[in-house]
Design a protein around this ligand. Structure first.
Ligand code: PHE
Length: 467
Protein backbone atom coordinates (compact mmCIF):
# COMPACT_ATOMS: atom_id res chain seq x y z
CA UNK A 1 0.00 0.00 0.00
CA UNK A 2 1.25 3.48 -0.82
CA UNK A 3 2.01 5.00 2.54
CA UNK A 4 1.73 8.61 1.54
CA UNK A 5 -1.66 8.44 -0.09
CA UNK A 6 -4.42 6.81 1.94
CA UNK A 7 -7.20 4.90 0.27
CA UNK A 8 -10.01 6.61 2.11
CA UNK A 9 -9.93 9.93 0.27
CA UNK A 10 -8.66 13.47 0.66
CA UNK A 11 -10.18 16.84 1.57
CA UNK A 12 -10.37 19.38 -1.22
CA UNK A 13 -8.49 22.03 0.75
CA UNK A 14 -7.64 23.31 4.20
CA UNK A 15 -11.05 24.85 4.76
CA UNK A 16 -12.85 21.64 4.07
CA UNK A 17 -10.72 20.05 6.75
CA UNK A 18 -11.42 22.85 9.21
CA UNK A 19 -15.14 22.54 8.62
CA UNK A 20 -15.14 18.78 8.89
CA UNK A 21 -13.07 18.84 12.07
CA UNK A 22 -15.25 21.59 13.49
CA UNK A 23 -18.24 19.47 12.49
CA UNK A 24 -16.75 16.65 14.50
CA UNK A 25 -15.98 18.85 17.48
CA UNK A 26 -19.22 20.81 17.64
CA UNK A 27 -22.02 18.50 18.58
CA UNK A 28 -24.07 17.24 21.49
CA UNK A 29 -21.01 17.77 23.64
CA UNK A 30 -21.35 21.52 23.27
CA UNK A 31 -25.09 22.00 23.22
CA UNK A 32 -26.36 19.19 25.40
CA UNK A 33 -23.53 17.95 27.59
CA UNK A 34 -21.60 21.09 28.46
CA UNK A 35 -24.58 22.93 30.02
CA UNK A 36 -25.73 19.96 32.06
CA UNK A 37 -22.33 18.98 33.46
CA UNK A 38 -21.69 22.64 34.22
CA UNK A 39 -24.98 22.64 36.12
CA UNK A 40 -24.07 19.47 37.97
CA UNK A 41 -20.64 20.74 38.95
CA UNK A 42 -21.62 24.11 40.30
CA UNK A 43 -20.85 26.53 37.46
CA UNK A 44 -18.00 29.05 37.32
CA UNK A 45 -15.07 27.12 38.77
CA UNK A 46 -15.92 24.16 36.58
CA UNK A 47 -16.08 26.35 33.48
CA UNK A 48 -12.71 27.86 34.32
CA UNK A 49 -11.06 24.46 34.76
CA UNK A 50 -12.63 23.33 31.50
CA UNK A 51 -11.23 26.37 29.66
CA UNK A 52 -7.78 25.79 31.14
CA UNK A 53 -7.93 22.14 30.04
CA UNK A 54 -8.88 23.21 26.51
CA UNK A 55 -5.99 25.65 26.33
CA UNK A 56 -3.19 23.71 28.02
CA UNK A 57 -4.09 20.13 27.17
CA UNK A 58 -6.72 20.03 24.42
CA UNK A 59 -5.20 22.38 21.86
CA UNK A 60 -1.63 21.03 22.10
CA UNK A 61 -2.89 17.46 21.83
CA UNK A 62 -5.17 18.31 18.93
CA UNK A 63 -2.20 19.65 17.01
CA UNK A 64 -0.27 16.47 17.84
CA UNK A 65 -3.17 14.29 16.72
CA UNK A 66 -3.73 16.02 13.38
CA UNK A 67 -0.02 15.82 12.76
CA UNK A 68 0.13 12.09 13.49
CA UNK A 69 -2.74 11.50 11.10
CA UNK A 70 -1.21 13.53 8.31
CA UNK A 71 2.16 11.89 8.65
CA UNK A 72 0.70 8.39 8.98
CA UNK A 73 -1.79 8.97 6.14
CA UNK A 74 -3.92 6.04 7.27
CA UNK A 75 -6.55 5.08 9.83
CA UNK A 76 -5.32 5.62 13.42
CA UNK A 77 -4.35 1.98 14.05
CA UNK A 78 -2.32 1.71 10.86
CA UNK A 79 -0.95 5.23 11.16
CA UNK A 80 0.36 4.42 14.64
CA UNK A 81 1.83 1.16 13.35
CA UNK A 82 3.61 3.01 10.58
CA UNK A 83 4.82 5.77 12.88
CA UNK A 84 6.08 3.39 15.54
CA UNK A 85 8.02 1.54 12.87
CA UNK A 86 9.39 4.84 11.63
CA UNK A 87 10.55 5.67 15.18
CA UNK A 88 11.75 2.10 15.76
CA UNK A 89 9.61 1.54 18.85
CA UNK A 90 7.19 -1.23 19.83
CA UNK A 91 4.14 -1.81 17.65
CA UNK A 92 2.16 -1.70 20.90
CA UNK A 93 1.77 2.01 20.27
CA UNK A 94 -0.98 1.08 17.84
CA UNK A 95 -2.92 0.40 21.05
CA UNK A 96 -3.78 4.10 20.91
CA UNK A 97 -5.76 3.33 17.76
CA UNK A 98 -7.34 0.24 19.29
CA UNK A 99 -8.60 2.05 22.34
CA UNK A 100 -9.93 4.69 19.96
CA UNK A 101 -11.91 2.08 18.08
CA UNK A 102 -13.53 0.92 21.32
CA UNK A 103 -14.15 4.45 22.54
CA UNK A 104 -15.73 5.38 19.20
CA UNK A 105 -18.15 2.45 19.32
CA UNK A 106 -19.07 3.11 22.96
CA UNK A 107 -19.57 6.84 22.49
CA UNK A 108 -21.55 6.48 19.29
CA UNK A 109 -23.83 3.96 20.99
CA UNK A 110 -25.15 6.53 23.47
CA UNK A 111 -24.62 9.54 21.22
CA UNK A 112 -27.09 8.08 18.80
CA UNK A 113 -29.73 7.67 21.50
CA UNK A 114 -29.39 11.28 22.67
CA UNK A 115 -29.36 12.59 19.10
CA UNK A 116 -32.56 10.59 18.72
CA UNK A 117 -34.09 12.73 21.48
CA UNK A 118 -33.28 15.80 19.39
CA UNK A 119 -35.00 14.25 16.38
CA UNK A 120 -38.06 13.50 18.45
CA UNK A 121 -38.08 17.07 19.73
CA UNK A 122 -37.78 18.33 16.18
CA UNK A 123 -41.02 16.56 15.32
CA UNK A 124 -42.72 17.76 18.53
CA UNK A 125 -41.70 21.33 17.74
CA UNK A 126 -43.00 21.06 14.19
CA UNK A 127 -46.37 19.94 15.44
CA UNK A 128 -46.61 22.95 17.74
CA UNK A 129 -46.33 20.85 20.90
CA UNK A 130 -44.32 23.48 22.76
CA UNK A 131 -46.71 26.39 22.26
CA UNK A 132 -46.99 28.24 25.60
CA UNK A 133 -45.69 25.21 27.46
CA UNK A 134 -44.75 25.68 31.14
CA UNK A 135 -41.94 24.09 33.14
CA UNK A 136 -44.11 21.34 34.53
CA UNK A 137 -45.57 20.30 31.20
CA UNK A 138 -42.14 20.40 29.62
CA UNK A 139 -40.75 18.11 32.31
CA UNK A 140 -43.63 15.74 31.68
CA UNK A 141 -42.94 15.63 27.93
CA UNK A 142 -39.35 14.67 28.64
CA UNK A 143 -40.11 11.98 31.21
CA UNK A 144 -42.73 10.64 28.82
CA UNK A 145 -40.08 10.22 26.16
CA UNK A 146 -37.68 8.49 28.54
CA UNK A 147 -40.32 5.97 29.56
CA UNK A 148 -41.10 5.10 25.96
CA UNK A 149 -38.74 2.24 25.09
CA UNK A 150 -40.14 1.76 21.60
CA UNK A 151 -39.91 5.46 20.78
CA UNK A 152 -36.36 5.79 22.05
CA UNK A 153 -35.31 2.74 20.08
CA UNK A 154 -36.96 4.02 16.94
CA UNK A 155 -35.20 7.40 17.08
CA UNK A 156 -31.89 5.72 17.94
CA UNK A 157 -32.32 3.49 14.89
CA UNK A 158 -33.19 6.35 12.57
CA UNK A 159 -30.27 8.47 13.68
CA UNK A 160 -27.84 5.61 13.33
CA UNK A 161 -29.12 4.71 9.86
CA UNK A 162 -28.63 8.25 8.63
CA UNK A 163 -25.11 8.31 10.08
CA UNK A 164 -24.21 4.97 8.55
CA UNK A 165 -25.52 5.92 5.11
CA UNK A 166 -23.24 8.93 4.99
CA UNK A 167 -20.22 7.01 6.28
CA UNK A 168 -20.90 4.22 3.80
CA UNK A 169 -20.89 6.72 0.94
CA UNK A 170 -17.50 8.06 2.01
CA UNK A 171 -16.92 10.86 4.45
CA UNK A 172 -14.76 13.09 2.33
CA UNK A 173 -17.24 13.74 -0.45
CA UNK A 174 -20.36 14.90 1.27
CA UNK A 175 -19.30 16.12 4.65
CA UNK A 176 -17.21 19.12 3.73
CA UNK A 177 -19.95 20.62 1.64
CA UNK A 178 -22.72 19.98 4.14
CA UNK A 179 -20.84 21.45 7.06
CA UNK A 180 -20.11 24.64 5.13
CA UNK A 181 -23.76 25.65 5.48
CA UNK A 182 -24.59 24.10 8.80
CA UNK A 183 -21.91 25.71 10.93
CA UNK A 184 -22.78 29.32 10.02
CA UNK A 185 -26.48 28.60 10.41
CA UNK A 186 -25.91 27.08 13.83
CA UNK A 187 -23.94 30.15 14.88
CA UNK A 188 -26.60 32.58 13.73
CA UNK A 189 -29.37 30.66 15.42
CA UNK A 190 -27.43 30.35 18.65
CA UNK A 191 -26.82 34.09 18.50
CA UNK A 192 -30.54 34.80 18.16
CA UNK A 193 -31.29 32.45 21.03
CA UNK A 194 -28.68 34.01 23.31
CA UNK A 195 -30.29 37.40 22.79
CA UNK A 196 -33.78 36.03 23.25
CA UNK A 197 -32.83 34.16 26.40
CA UNK A 198 -31.17 37.26 27.78
CA UNK A 199 -34.40 39.22 27.29
CA UNK A 200 -36.91 36.73 28.66
CA UNK A 201 -34.70 34.89 31.14
CA UNK A 202 -32.46 35.81 34.03
CA UNK A 203 -29.32 36.72 32.13
CA UNK A 204 -27.40 38.04 35.14
CA UNK A 205 -27.96 34.98 37.27
CA UNK A 206 -26.81 32.85 34.36
CA UNK A 207 -23.77 34.98 33.71
CA UNK A 208 -22.69 34.91 37.35
CA UNK A 209 -23.30 31.19 37.54
CA UNK A 210 -21.12 30.54 34.49
CA UNK A 211 -18.32 32.97 35.11
CA UNK A 212 -17.98 33.69 38.84
CA UNK A 213 -15.24 31.67 40.44
CA UNK A 214 -16.85 29.69 43.24
CA UNK A 215 -14.13 27.26 44.26
CA UNK A 216 -16.12 25.45 46.96
CA UNK A 217 -18.69 24.28 44.40
CA UNK A 218 -16.10 22.19 42.56
CA UNK A 219 -14.98 18.78 43.79
CA UNK A 220 -12.07 16.71 42.47
CA UNK A 221 -14.44 14.52 40.58
CA UNK A 222 -15.57 17.71 38.81
CA UNK A 223 -12.02 18.48 37.74
CA UNK A 224 -11.81 15.07 36.10
CA UNK A 225 -15.16 15.68 34.40
CA UNK A 226 -13.90 19.04 33.09
CA UNK A 227 -10.73 17.42 31.78
CA UNK A 228 -12.67 14.57 30.19
CA UNK A 229 -15.06 17.01 28.62
CA UNK A 230 -12.21 18.99 27.05
CA UNK A 231 -11.29 15.79 25.20
CA UNK A 232 -14.87 14.86 24.41
CA UNK A 233 -15.83 18.24 23.04
CA UNK A 234 -12.72 18.56 20.87
CA UNK A 235 -13.09 14.94 19.66
CA UNK A 236 -9.63 14.09 20.98
CA UNK A 237 -7.97 10.97 22.28
CA UNK A 238 -9.79 8.44 20.13
CA UNK A 239 -8.46 9.01 16.64
CA UNK A 240 -11.33 10.98 15.09
CA UNK A 241 -9.17 14.01 14.49
CA UNK A 242 -6.26 11.78 13.55
CA UNK A 243 -8.35 10.06 10.90
CA UNK A 244 -9.44 13.42 9.50
CA UNK A 245 -5.82 14.62 9.57
CA UNK A 246 -4.95 11.69 7.33
CA UNK A 247 -7.17 13.14 4.62
CA UNK A 248 -5.36 16.49 4.65
CA UNK A 249 -3.83 17.27 1.30
CA UNK A 250 -0.43 18.79 0.87
CA UNK A 251 -0.51 22.39 -0.16
CA UNK A 252 -1.23 23.06 -3.81
CA UNK A 253 -0.22 26.18 -5.61
CA UNK A 254 -3.24 28.15 -6.75
CA UNK A 255 -1.73 28.97 -10.10
CA UNK A 256 -0.36 25.72 -11.45
CA UNK A 257 -1.58 23.06 -9.05
CA UNK A 258 1.88 21.95 -8.02
CA UNK A 259 2.55 20.70 -4.52
CA UNK A 260 4.18 23.58 -2.67
CA UNK A 261 4.56 22.19 0.82
CA UNK A 262 2.44 21.38 3.82
CA UNK A 263 -0.62 23.16 5.08
CA UNK A 264 0.08 24.98 8.32
CA UNK A 265 -1.60 23.17 11.19
CA UNK A 266 -1.23 25.66 14.04
CA UNK A 267 -3.83 28.19 12.98
CA UNK A 268 -6.10 25.44 11.72
CA UNK A 269 -6.24 23.85 15.14
CA UNK A 270 -6.80 27.16 16.92
CA UNK A 271 -9.77 27.97 14.70
CA UNK A 272 -11.39 24.62 15.42
CA UNK A 273 -10.90 24.90 19.18
CA UNK A 274 -12.18 28.49 19.21
CA UNK A 275 -15.33 27.63 17.26
CA UNK A 276 -16.01 24.72 19.57
CA UNK A 277 -15.56 26.73 22.76
CA UNK A 278 -17.71 29.60 21.53
CA UNK A 279 -20.59 27.27 20.69
CA UNK A 280 -20.42 25.68 24.15
CA UNK A 281 -20.42 29.00 25.97
CA UNK A 282 -23.28 30.23 23.80
CA UNK A 283 -25.26 27.11 24.66
CA UNK A 284 -24.71 27.90 28.33
CA UNK A 285 -25.92 31.45 27.77
CA UNK A 286 -29.03 30.16 26.02
CA UNK A 287 -29.98 27.57 28.60
CA UNK A 288 -29.11 29.02 32.01
CA UNK A 289 -31.10 32.27 31.77
CA UNK A 290 -34.17 30.12 31.23
CA UNK A 291 -33.21 27.73 34.00
CA UNK A 292 -32.78 30.54 36.53
CA UNK A 293 -36.05 32.20 35.64
CA UNK A 294 -37.96 28.94 36.22
CA UNK A 295 -37.61 27.88 39.85
CA UNK A 296 -38.87 24.41 39.04
CA UNK A 297 -35.85 23.62 36.87
CA UNK A 298 -32.68 22.80 38.77
CA UNK A 299 -29.31 23.62 37.13
CA UNK A 300 -28.25 20.14 38.24
CA UNK A 301 -31.17 18.48 36.45
CA UNK A 302 -28.79 16.24 34.47
CA UNK A 303 -29.04 15.02 30.89
CA UNK A 304 -32.57 16.40 30.50
CA UNK A 305 -31.56 20.03 31.14
CA UNK A 306 -31.57 21.15 27.50
CA UNK A 307 -34.71 19.21 26.66
CA UNK A 308 -36.69 20.56 29.57
CA UNK A 309 -35.57 24.19 29.46
CA UNK A 310 -35.57 25.03 25.76
CA UNK A 311 -39.19 24.15 24.96
CA UNK A 312 -40.21 26.66 27.63
CA UNK A 313 -38.18 29.38 25.94
CA UNK A 314 -39.51 28.52 22.51
CA UNK A 315 -43.03 28.11 23.80
CA UNK A 316 -43.31 31.77 24.68
CA UNK A 317 -41.41 33.07 21.69
CA UNK A 318 -42.67 34.76 18.55
CA UNK A 319 -42.73 32.07 15.82
CA UNK A 320 -41.56 29.70 18.54
CA UNK A 321 -42.52 26.50 16.76
CA UNK A 322 -40.53 27.55 13.73
CA UNK A 323 -37.44 28.46 15.73
CA UNK A 324 -37.74 25.37 17.91
CA UNK A 325 -37.94 22.99 14.99
CA UNK A 326 -35.06 24.75 13.27
CA UNK A 327 -32.96 24.55 16.42
CA UNK A 328 -33.59 20.88 17.11
CA UNK A 329 -32.91 20.12 13.48
CA UNK A 330 -29.57 21.89 13.75
CA UNK A 331 -28.72 19.92 16.88
CA UNK A 332 -29.49 16.80 14.89
CA UNK A 333 -27.17 17.89 12.07
CA UNK A 334 -24.43 18.93 14.50
CA UNK A 335 -24.73 15.54 16.16
CA UNK A 336 -24.63 13.84 12.78
CA UNK A 337 -21.36 15.45 11.74
CA UNK A 338 -19.86 14.34 15.07
CA UNK A 339 -21.29 10.83 14.90
CA UNK A 340 -19.71 10.32 11.50
CA UNK A 341 -16.28 11.03 12.94
CA UNK A 342 -16.86 8.58 15.79
CA UNK A 343 -17.06 5.62 13.48
CA UNK A 344 -14.91 6.78 10.56
CA UNK A 345 -11.56 5.71 12.11
CA UNK A 346 -12.79 2.14 12.52
CA UNK A 347 -14.37 1.97 9.09
CA UNK A 348 -11.23 3.39 7.51
CA UNK A 349 -9.11 0.81 9.31
CA UNK A 350 -11.29 -2.12 8.22
CA UNK A 351 -11.28 -0.84 4.66
CA UNK A 352 -7.50 -0.83 4.77
CA UNK A 353 -6.98 -4.25 6.29
CA UNK A 354 -9.95 -6.25 5.01
CA UNK A 355 -10.56 -4.47 1.76
CA UNK A 356 -14.22 -5.33 1.99
CA UNK A 357 -16.66 -2.85 0.50
CA UNK A 358 -17.10 0.22 2.68
CA UNK A 359 -20.85 -0.28 2.77
CA UNK A 360 -20.63 -3.77 4.22
CA UNK A 361 -18.10 -2.75 6.87
CA UNK A 362 -20.09 0.30 7.89
CA UNK A 363 -23.35 -1.56 8.40
CA UNK A 364 -21.73 -4.47 10.23
CA UNK A 365 -20.16 -2.05 12.68
CA UNK A 366 -23.41 -0.16 12.85
CA UNK A 367 -25.17 -3.32 14.01
CA UNK A 368 -22.78 -3.60 16.95
CA UNK A 369 -23.24 0.06 17.84
CA UNK A 370 -27.01 -0.33 17.63
CA UNK A 371 -27.04 -3.24 20.07
CA UNK A 372 -24.76 -1.49 22.58
CA UNK A 373 -27.02 1.56 22.22
CA UNK A 374 -29.97 -0.41 23.55
CA UNK A 375 -28.14 -0.42 26.90
CA UNK A 376 -28.47 3.36 26.95
CA UNK A 377 -32.10 3.23 25.86
CA UNK A 378 -32.85 0.91 28.78
CA UNK A 379 -30.83 3.00 31.24
CA UNK A 380 -33.65 5.51 31.29
CA UNK A 381 -36.46 3.05 31.92
CA UNK A 382 -36.38 -0.72 32.46
CA UNK A 383 -32.76 -0.75 33.60
CA UNK A 384 -32.84 2.51 35.52
CA UNK A 385 -32.41 0.66 38.82
CA UNK A 386 -29.67 -1.56 37.51
CA UNK A 387 -26.50 0.05 38.82
CA UNK A 388 -22.93 -0.90 37.98
CA UNK A 389 -20.66 0.64 40.63
CA UNK A 390 -23.45 3.04 41.46
CA UNK A 391 -24.23 4.22 37.94
CA UNK A 392 -26.56 3.25 35.14
CA UNK A 393 -25.22 1.68 31.96
CA UNK A 394 -25.36 5.05 30.22
CA UNK A 395 -23.56 6.89 33.04
CA UNK A 396 -20.94 4.19 33.14
CA UNK A 397 -20.26 4.34 29.39
CA UNK A 398 -20.12 8.11 29.52
CA UNK A 399 -17.68 8.07 32.45
CA UNK A 400 -15.52 5.31 31.02
CA UNK A 401 -15.14 6.96 27.62
CA UNK A 402 -14.96 10.69 28.35
CA UNK A 403 -13.18 10.58 31.70
CA UNK A 404 -10.90 7.59 31.27
CA UNK A 405 -10.39 6.41 27.70
CA UNK A 406 -10.10 9.75 25.92
CA UNK A 407 -7.72 11.38 28.43
CA UNK A 408 -5.58 8.23 28.48
CA UNK A 409 -5.48 8.20 24.69
CA UNK A 410 -4.49 11.86 24.82
CA UNK A 411 -1.74 11.14 27.34
CA UNK A 412 -0.27 8.47 25.08
CA UNK A 413 -0.45 10.77 22.06
CA UNK A 414 1.35 13.54 23.97
CA UNK A 415 4.06 11.12 25.08
CA UNK A 416 4.43 9.66 21.60
CA UNK A 417 4.83 13.00 19.86
CA UNK A 418 6.73 14.66 22.69
CA UNK A 419 9.13 11.86 23.59
CA UNK A 420 9.08 9.01 21.12
CA UNK A 421 9.07 10.65 17.70
CA UNK A 422 12.31 12.18 16.53
CA UNK A 423 12.23 15.95 17.17
CA UNK A 424 13.40 16.51 13.61
CA UNK A 425 10.35 14.69 12.22
CA UNK A 426 7.99 16.59 14.48
CA UNK A 427 9.61 19.84 13.46
CA UNK A 428 9.31 18.88 9.83
CA UNK A 429 5.57 18.26 10.20
CA UNK A 430 4.52 21.29 12.26
CA UNK A 431 7.56 23.50 12.10
CA UNK A 432 5.93 25.92 9.69
CA UNK A 433 4.11 27.59 12.55
CA UNK A 434 5.96 30.58 13.92
CA UNK A 435 9.19 29.45 15.57
CA UNK A 436 8.38 30.89 18.99
CA UNK A 437 4.96 29.30 19.07
CA UNK A 438 6.42 26.01 17.95
CA UNK A 439 8.80 25.90 20.89
CA UNK A 440 5.98 26.70 23.29
CA UNK A 441 3.80 24.02 21.85
CA UNK A 442 6.53 21.42 21.97
CA UNK A 443 7.42 22.20 25.59
CA UNK A 444 3.80 22.19 26.71
CA UNK A 445 3.17 18.91 24.93
CA UNK A 446 6.28 17.28 26.41
CA UNK A 447 5.93 18.47 29.98
CA UNK A 448 2.86 20.40 30.97
CA UNK A 449 0.07 18.42 29.26
CA UNK A 450 1.22 14.95 30.39
CA UNK A 451 1.95 16.14 33.93
CA UNK A 452 -1.41 17.87 34.29
CA UNK A 453 -3.17 14.82 32.85
CA UNK A 454 -1.38 12.44 35.15
CA UNK A 455 -1.99 14.67 38.18
CA UNK A 456 -5.73 14.82 37.61
CA UNK A 457 -5.84 11.04 37.25
CA UNK A 458 -3.79 10.33 40.34
CA UNK A 459 -5.54 12.83 42.60
CA UNK A 460 -8.99 11.69 41.52
CA UNK A 461 -8.03 8.11 42.14
CA UNK A 462 -6.65 8.85 45.59
CA UNK A 463 -9.79 10.80 46.39
CA UNK A 464 -12.00 7.97 45.21
CA UNK A 465 -10.10 5.42 47.26
CA UNK A 466 -10.09 7.71 50.28
CA UNK A 467 -13.85 8.23 50.23
N1 PHE B 1 -16.90 16.30 19.97
C1 PHE B 1 -18.20 15.71 19.86
C2 PHE B 1 -19.17 16.57 20.62
O1 PHE B 1 -18.78 17.46 21.35
C3 PHE B 1 -18.23 14.29 20.33
C4 PHE B 1 -17.10 13.45 19.84
C5 PHE B 1 -16.20 12.89 20.74
C6 PHE B 1 -16.92 13.23 18.48
C7 PHE B 1 -15.14 12.13 20.31
C8 PHE B 1 -15.85 12.47 18.03
C9 PHE B 1 -14.96 11.94 18.94
O2 PHE B 1 -20.34 16.37 20.54
Amino acid sequence: MDLKQGINGQWRNRWTFILAAAGSAVGLGNIWKFPYITGENGGGAFVLVYLVCIALIGIPIMLAEVMLGRRGRMSPINAMLYLSRESKVSHWWSGVGWSGVMAGIFILSFYSVIAGWALHYFILALSGEFYQIDAQASGAVFSGLLANVGGLTLWHTIFLLVTLSIVAAGVVKGLGVAVRYIMPLLFILMGILVIYSAIVGDFFAAFHFLFDFNGQALKWEGVLVALGHAFFTLSLGMGAIMAYGAYLPDKFSATNGEITGKISLGKTVLIIAALDTIVALMAGLVIFPIVFSNPSIEPSAGPGLLFVSLPIAFGGMFAGSFFASLFFFLIFIAALSSAISLIEPTVAWLVEVKQWPRVKITFLLGAIVWIVGLGTVFSFNIWSDLKILGSTFFDMLDFLTANIMLPLGGLLIAIFVGWVMKPSIVKDEVGDIHHGYYRWWYMILRYLSPILLALVFVITLINKLGS
